[in-house]
Structures are given as C-alpha cells and as structure tokens.
Write a protein that binds this ligand. Sequence first.
Ligand code: SF4
Length: 312
Amino acid sequence: MNYKHLFGPVPSRRLGVSLGIDLVPYKTCSYDCVYCECGKTTNLTTERQEYVPTEEIIAELQEFLEHKPELDYITFSGSGEPTLHTGIGRIVEYLKSNFSKYKIALLTNGSLLFDRDLQNSIRAVDLIMPSFDAYSNKVIQSINRPAQKFDRDRYIAGFKEFFKKYQGRVEVEVFIAKGVNDDAEEIRKIDNFLSDIDVDMIQLNTLDRPGTDEWVQAVSKEELKTVKGYFKNNPAEIIAKFKSRKKSKAYSSDIKAKILETISRRPCTAQDMVDVLGLHLNEVNKYLDVLAREGKISTKKQDRGIFYSKKS
Ligand code: SF4
C-alpha cells in the first residue's frame, strides 16, 4: 500500500521511533510562523473541517499497524496544523480501541484549543506538545503571524482551560528568535502563564537552518542558556537535537546518504527532495537538521525557496 497520510517511522529526538500522521494538505495552518521549516503557509485558516477523508486515514493505519511495527509513538504532525481536522477525535478513538498498545502524541500550535469539540476529541492523547512562543499579542503577531480570525484572548483562555483538565503529559516547545521573544520580559510572561498549568517540561528551540523569512535569526547556545535562566516556575531544557536523533532506532544512514547524494548533484529545496526521494517533508527536514548540525550542507535563499547543497 502506498501511504498518502502516514509517514516514517521517523527518528524523532523527543519521540523515539515515531509514525507520523499528516491530517491536512501541505501548509494548511492557523499560523504562518517566521521560522517554519516547512515553508510559507499557503492556506492560512482557523476553519476546522475534514480536510482529507477520515476513513482513508483509518484504512492506512489499519494496514500499517496490523503488521505490529515497533513504535514509541503514533504522532499527529505534518506540514500544517493537525487540530484543524475535524476527524482527529474519531482517529484517536479508533487507535485507542484497536491498537491500545501504541501511545499517541500530538504536535500542535494550540491556537484552536478553545474549541470544546476539539478539547473532547484529544483528551485521550498520551502526550501533547503545544508550541507557545509568546504571551503578548504583539509578539505573537510578529513570530506566529496567525490567521485573521485568530483571537488572542480566546486562545490564551482556551489553552489554559484545556490543559488545566488534561491528564496526559505536556511538553511545551518555545521557539526563540533573536530580538523577537528572547527578552526577559516576554519569557517571564510565558513562564508565569504556564505556571498555572501542570507542564512536564518546557523545551527551548532555535533555528538550525534558514526559516521562512530571511530576517529571522537564531540565538546562540549561550543566549539560549540565558533564556533558560528566565524560567523560574517551570522546568525548562534546551533541545539537544542532533545527538539524540542519531541515537534513535528509526535513524537511517541510507536516507541521509540519499539526501546528500541528491544535493551533491544539484542544489535542491526540501520539497524537491520530497519529490525525488518519495519521502514526507517532515522526514526530509529531520535529516536536514542532522546534516546542518554536522556542517555538511550549505543553504541559499532563492525565489523558489531555500536551496540546499553539499559542502565540498
Ligand atoms: S504552527 Fe507549525 S506548521 Fe504552522 S506555520 Fe508554525 S511551525 Fe509551521
């Protein structure tokens, strides 16, 4: 079977061996984050609907999981916002009823958690990893660039309401961009807000490779340590991407070699690699992270996006 909605299993630094489920078409998202590794959001929306047939996703899961693969997580992720899909609850229910041995994770920007129907749909997920890059509306607008109908006060209230009752594990990802949300004032606001929720870990991240917009800059490791020090009420750690990913059982040197070989012939965008190698964009991105950390690739921004080539 050729899977349209499943990808991987991919080596995930936080989730071990993770089977990805992509619930929405390419770059359908309620945010257009300046750092997004998947490129510019092409469908910026807050409208929840059945973007791809739920039963088609369930049929793919049935086929994949009946072979009893070894997985640490089945993860809702992809190149857009999974909670925009109205069938997410049905899929969670299906997995819990038929394949209960697998843990479920959800990567979300959290912007739609005010929706009561969504809240009920995802309560049984084992691990939720919401991003939360800013508390102030001004900073949210700068870094996440939400859809027009986004209402910041409703978002903040919905986020708190959901996580106050949620029983699973919560790992919040905060993406730090230089000069945007790296100041003590904004970080303390985030820290204070999250202290009302039972957060298991805050994970700090910054840019490894160019983001959607050229002006976005990473902070240095030292600066990230300073930011970590601003968190007083919640446990925080800096994501150690590169090492942990290579240790994962799903890490494939073959895929890494194929990517290197492809970009040694001519510079390619991540999407070109998806087309040539038949991989999911998230999978390609995970290996580009490793190659960037190893200093094996260089990047150049052009009209069609960011082009990767092999360093000689
Ligand atoms: S929320 Fe995630 S998928 Fe959407 S633009 Fe931001 S980083 Fe990309």
